[in-house]
Every structure is written in structure tokens, then in C-alpha cells.
Design a protein around this ligand. Structure first.
Ligand code: NAD
Length: 248
């Protein structure tokens, strides 16, 4: 039987929510996985154990995606431990909601720093090796807020719209090297990020979802799994919404 080449994935924001579901899904797909997170070491260790049980190699590091030196270190350590990175999924993200009139300068900058600069830092750190190898796939997590805008989320919407422009530009730059860059734009997904919303806000949002429920992190991970696979070999520069129809 032909040997299956090991593939390596790097996932940011892997300790919980969509990132965590993606780590598990890619491990099931046979990827060796490196993931980073911001604060919850216990959750990261538990995930690492769960992933290791699937038989693939796994590592995690506490790395703030705002710090490009730390991100470069993560990429270098991942490549020396697991091998060259084939797939990158940037799921690290935060919200700091407020109407613009009440927006604190710091909340504006924090959201742009994590959500947009973080994506730049990661993609910038992996792209050279991918181009040299003429191989690689990038999946950046945006949001329907980045496509349509969302009231009280001018900072978040701007960061997520930025990810779309960034990824499309990148798709054009690196396509000739055989590298694909795509965006996943989820709607309302049931994770810690949305658990902080009041039940009133959730009910109101659900009124706009034709499928009548929140999405699940594993459903988003399934889409990521498709995008990083060869089944999506001709898909690049795409913004794939997974939103239960909220944007209709
Ligand atoms: P979450 O809050 O459950 O998890 C976010 C993850 O990002 C955590 O692992 C956290 O440790 C990590 N993180 C945050 N700041 C970081 C930093 N500075 N450095 C490194 N890691 C950091 O969020 P989620 O719901 O799983 O969302 C994942 C991605 O999907 C985010 O980019 C989010 O904007 C996007 N998204 C989520 C929804 C939703 O409804 N949940 C909708 C659209 C888009």
C-alpha cells in the first residue's frame, strides 16, 4: 500500500470553540497538528491529550498572535518538531462590542491587533516556506460581520472585512506558487465567544436565521477540513459563508 505522506497543520486559537473543533477535525483527517492559544493552559493540555489519542503528532504553545516574534518562533518550532507546515487555519479572534459613539480607543485597537494583525503575523511567517515548497493552504476565519457589517461591531466588522481583502490579495499573489488562500465567514456559532451574549440578544439574532438555530463549531471545522483538502484544489480566494442563512 502506498504510504500516506504526513501533513502538518497550524491552528491559531486552538484551545476552544471553532479552533478547537478544527484541531480535532484535522487530526481525524490525519494531520499532525500544532496549535496556539492565549490563556487556558488546562484546556490546551486536555486537547493535546485528546488529539494524541487519535494517533497523530500534536504540540501546543501559548502564543499571542499579536506578537510577530512569538508567532515566528511558533512556526519555526512547529516546523522543526513536526515538519513543514502544509495548512494554516487562523481562528484566534476576539470581540469588544460597543456602538461607535461609545467605542473605547483601546477596544478598537485590541480587536484590530488580534483579528487582523494576528492573521498577517501568521501568514507572513509561513508564506516563504510554502512558496519555496510550492505547496500550502491558508484558511482565515472572518465572519458574516466582515461581509455585511454588524451594528455595535464596527471594530470587529472592520477587522473581519480586512481579513477578506487580505486573503483575496494573498490568493492572487501565491496562487502561481500552488498555494491557496480562502476565507470562512461563519454566522452565529455556539461557542464561548457567543455564550456571553444575553438570551434576549440571542433570540433576536435567531429570528434572522432561516435554519432556526445556532451553528456548531464542528460544522465550521467540517468546512475548514474541506478547504484544506485536495477536494478544494481549485478553490482559492473564496469567502465561504456558513451561517444558517442569516445573511439572506
Ligand atoms: P472563542 O472565543 O471561543 O475562541 C477564540 C480563541 O482565540 C481562543 O482559543 C483564544 O485563546 C484565542 N485567542 C484570542 N486572542 C488571542 C491572541 N491574542 N493570541 C492567540 N490566541 C488568541 O471564539 P470562536 O467562537 O471559536 O471564534 C473563532 C474564530 O471564528 C474567531 O476569529 C471569531 O471571530 C470567528 N467567528 C466566530 C463566530 C461565532 O459566532 N462564534 C462567528 C463568526 C466568526
Amino acid at each position: 500500500m502506498a504510504e500516506i505522506e504526513p501533513r502538518v497543520a497550524l491552528v491559531t486559537g486552538g484551545s476552544r470553540g471553532i479552533g478547537r473543533a478544527t484541531v480535532l477535525r484535522l487530526a481525524r483527517d490525519g494531520f499532525d497538528v500544532s496549535f496556539c492559544y492565549q490563556s487556558n493552559e488546562t484546556a490546551a493540555l486536555e486537547l493535546e491529550k485528546e488529539v494524541a489519542e487519535t494517533g497523530v503528532r500534536v504540540m501546543h504553545r501559548k502564543v499571542d498572535v499579536r506578537d510577530i516574534d512569538l508567532v515566528r518562533g511558533l512556526v519555526a518550532e512547529t516546523e522543526s518538531t513536526l515538519g513543514p507546515i502544509d495548512a494554516v487555519v487562523t481562528a484566534a479572534g476576539i470581540t469588544r462590542d460597543n456602538p461607535l459613539l461609545l467605542m473605547q480607543d483601546d477596544d478598537w485597537h485590541q480587536v484590530l491587533d488580534v483579528n487582523l494583525d494576528g492573521v498577517y503575523n501568521v501568514c507572513r511567517s509561513v508564506v516563504f516556506t510554502m512558496m519555496k515548497r510550492k505547496r500550502g493552504v491558508l484558511v482565515n476565519l472572518s465572519s458574516v460581520a466582515g461581509v455585511y457589517g454588524n451594528a455595535t461591531q464596527s471594530n470587529y466588522s472592520a477587522s473581519k472585512a480586512g481579513i477578506i481583502g487580505f486573503s483575496r490579495a494573498l490568493a492572487k499573489e501565491v496562487g502561481p506558487y500552488g498555494i491557496r488562500a480562502n476565507v470562512v465567514a461563519p454566522g452565529f456559532i455556539d461557542t464561548d465567544m457567543t455564550s456571553v451574549l444575553t438570551s434576549q440578544v440571542k433570540e433576536k439574532a435567531l429570528e434572522s436565521v432561516p435554519l432556526g438555530r445556532l451553528g456548531r463549531a464542528d460544522e465550521v471545522a467540517d468546512l475548514v477540513s474541506y478547504l484544506v483538502s485536495d477536494r478544494a484544489a481549485y478553490v482559492t480566494g473564496a469567502v465561504l459563508q456558513i451561517d444558517g442563512g442569516i445573511s439572506l
